[in-house]
Design a protein around this ligand. Structure first.
Ligand SMILES: Nc1nc2c(ncn2[C@@H]2O[C@H](COP(=O)(O)OP(=O)(O)OP(=O)(O)O)[C@@H](O)[C@H]2O)c(=O)[nH]1
Ligand SMILES: [Mg+2]
Length: 384
C-alpha cells in the first residue's frame, strides 16, 4: 500500500468534494465559497466534507456576535458554521460556543421537536426523507439531526446515513446535520442539544432527530424532544419483533413502517396487535394515549396521516400543558446533569484529592478502611 502525504490527500479530497457538488448541480462560485457550500450540501463523501469543514472554516476563530446575527437571519451556511463551533473540541472555542448559545437563547424553542427511533434497518432515515420532503412541500422548514453515541465512541460510520436522504438534502427548506463526534455520550448529547437550539434560532419549525445505533441514544434523544416516534416492523412470524417494553413506554406515537406491497396486510395486523399491547402499558405522556399508524416511505402511504397525528399531539399538548411541562423537566434534568458533571470534574482535578486518593483507595482495598469512611476522608481532605 502506498502512503500519501497529508497535503496530497487534502487536495484529492477537495477535488472530490467539488466534483460531487457540481454533479449535484450546486453552483460553485469561487473556490473559497465552495468549501462553505460543502457544509450545506449533503453527499456521499461526507467524511471528507466534515474534515474539510473543520480544516477550512475553523481556521479563523468565528465571531459569536456576527454568527448569531446571521443565524437569526436564517443563513444556513453560518448555521453550519455555528454548529461546527459548538462541536469543536478545541478549548479556546468553548467560551465562543457558550457566547453564541447565550446570544441565541431568546430566540429558541419555536420548533416541533420530534425524535425518531427504532431498530437498525426499520426505516428511520427513509421515513425522515419521505416525511421531510412532504413537510417541505407543505411550507415547513425542516432540520434533521442524528444522535449516534456508538459511532462517536468507535469512530465508526458517523455519516453514512446522509446518503439515504438525497431528495431531502436538495430541498432549500431542509437542513441535514450528521451526528456529532465526541468521546462521551454526555458530550454527544450536549452538542446535539445545542445544535437543536441553533436550528430553532435559524427559524426551522420542525426538528427531526434520528437515533442511530442501538442503546443509549434512545434516552438521550427522548430527553431533548417533545414527541418520541417509535418505528416498528411488521413481524414476519416473530410478531412485535421483541420491541422492548421500556422503549414502547417512551413512545408518543408508533408507526409501522414498510406497509407496502405484500407487507400491507401484515402491517394492519401488527397495528392491531400493538394497539392491544399498548392498553396494558403506561402511556409516555399523561393524558395522551399512544396511537399506532401504518406507513410506507416508498409509496408515501400514511405519511400525511402520520403528520396529522403529530400535529394533534402538539395541539393537545399545548392546550393541556404537557409540552411546556416536558420542556421544563428536560431543562432541569439537563441543568442538573451538567452541574454534576462540572462538580465531578472539579473534584477530581483537585490537587489534594489527587494526592490522597491513591492512599485512601489502597487502604480501602486492603480492608483497613471502610469504603464509606474512605469517601468521607477524601472529601474532608479536599475541604481542608
Ligand atoms: N418496502 C419498503 N422498504 C423500505 C421502506 N422504508 C425503508 N425501506 C428499506 O429498508 C432499508 C433500511 O432503511 P433505512 O431508512 O436505512 O433504515 P434505518 O432505520 O435508518 O437504518 P439504520 O440507520 O441503519 O438504523 C432500506 O433498504 C430501505 O430501502 C418502506 O417504506 N418500504
Ligand atoms: Mg438511518
Amino acid at each position: 500500500m502506498a502512503y500519501k502525504g497529508k497535503r496530497a490527500l487534502w487536495q484529492e479530497a477537495e477535488v472530490c468534494v467539488y466534483s460531487e457538488l457540481l454533479r449535484r448541480n450546486y453552483r460553485v462560485m469561487q473556490p473559497g465559497r465552495a468549501k462553505d457550500l460543502t457544509q450545506q450540501a449533503s453527499f456521499m463523501c461526507e467524511d471528507v466534507t466534515f474534515g474539510l469543514q473543520r480544516k477550512t472554516t475553523m481556521r479563523h476563530d468565528p465571531d459569536p456576535e456576527e454568527l448569531a446575527a446571521a443565524i437569526l437571519a436564517g443563513d444556513t451556511i453560518r448555521l453550519a458554521r455555528g454548529i461546527t463551533l459548538i462541536e469543536s473540541e478545541a478549548p479556546r472555542h468553548e467560551a465562543l460556543a457558550e457566547r453564541l448559545v447565550q446570544l441565541l437563547l431568546p430566540n429558541v424553542g419555536g420548533a416541533m421537536r420530534v425524535g425518531i427511533t427504532g431498530v437498525p434497518g426499520v426505516g428511520k432515515s427513509s421515513l425522515i426523507e419521505a416525511l421531510g420532503c412532504w413537510l417541505c412541500d407543505n411550507g415547513r422548514r425542516v432540520a434533521v439531526l442524528a444522535v449516534d453515541p456508538t459511532s462517536s465512541l468507535t469512530g465508526g460510520s458517523i455519516l453514512g446515513d446522509k446518503t439515504r436522504m438525497e431528495q431531502l438534502s436538495r430541498r432549500p427548506n431542509a437542513f441535514i446535520r450528521p451526528s456529532p463526534s465526541g468521546r462521551t455520550l454526555g458530550g454527544v448529547a450536549r452538542k446535539s442539544r445545542e445544535t437543536l437550539l441553533l436550528c430553532e434560532a435559524a427559524g426551522f419549525d420542525v426538528v427531526l432527530v434520528e437515533t442511530v445505533g442501538v442503546g443509549q441514544s434512545e434516552t438521550t434523544v427522548r430527553s431533548m424532544v417533545d414527541l418520541f416516534l417509535l418505528l416498528a416492523l411488521t413481524g414476519a412470524g416473530d410478531d412485535l419483533q421483541g420491541i422492548k417494553k421500556g422503549i414502547m413506554e417512551l413512545a408518543d406515537l408508533i408507526a409501522i413502517t414498510k406497509a407496502d406491497g405484500d407487507n400491507k396486510l401484515r402491517a394492519q395486523k401488527a397495528r392491531a396487535e400493538l394497539e392491544q399491547v399498548l392498553h396494558f402499558l403506561h402511556p409516555a405522556t399523561e393524558g395522551w394515549s399512544t396511537p399506532v399508524i401504518t406507513c410506507s416511505s416508498h409509496d408515501g402511504m400514511g405519511i400525511g396521516e402520520l403528520w396529522v397525528t403529530v400535529e394533534k399531539f402538539f395541539a393537545e399538548g399545548h392546550r393541556k400543558g404537557w409540552i411546556l411541562r416536558r420542556r421544563h423537566e428536560q431543562l432541569r434534568d439537563w441543568f442538573r446533569s451538567l452541574l454534576e458533571e462540572a462538580v465531578l470534574r472539579r473534584f477530581f482535578a483537585d490537587a489534594k484529592v489527587n494526592e490522597r486518593l491513591p492512599q485512601i483507595e489502597e487502604a480501602v482495598l486492603a480492608g483497613k478502611l471502610g469504603a464509606v469512611s474512605g469517601v468521607r476522608e477524601l472529601i474532608r481532605a479536599k475541604d481542608s
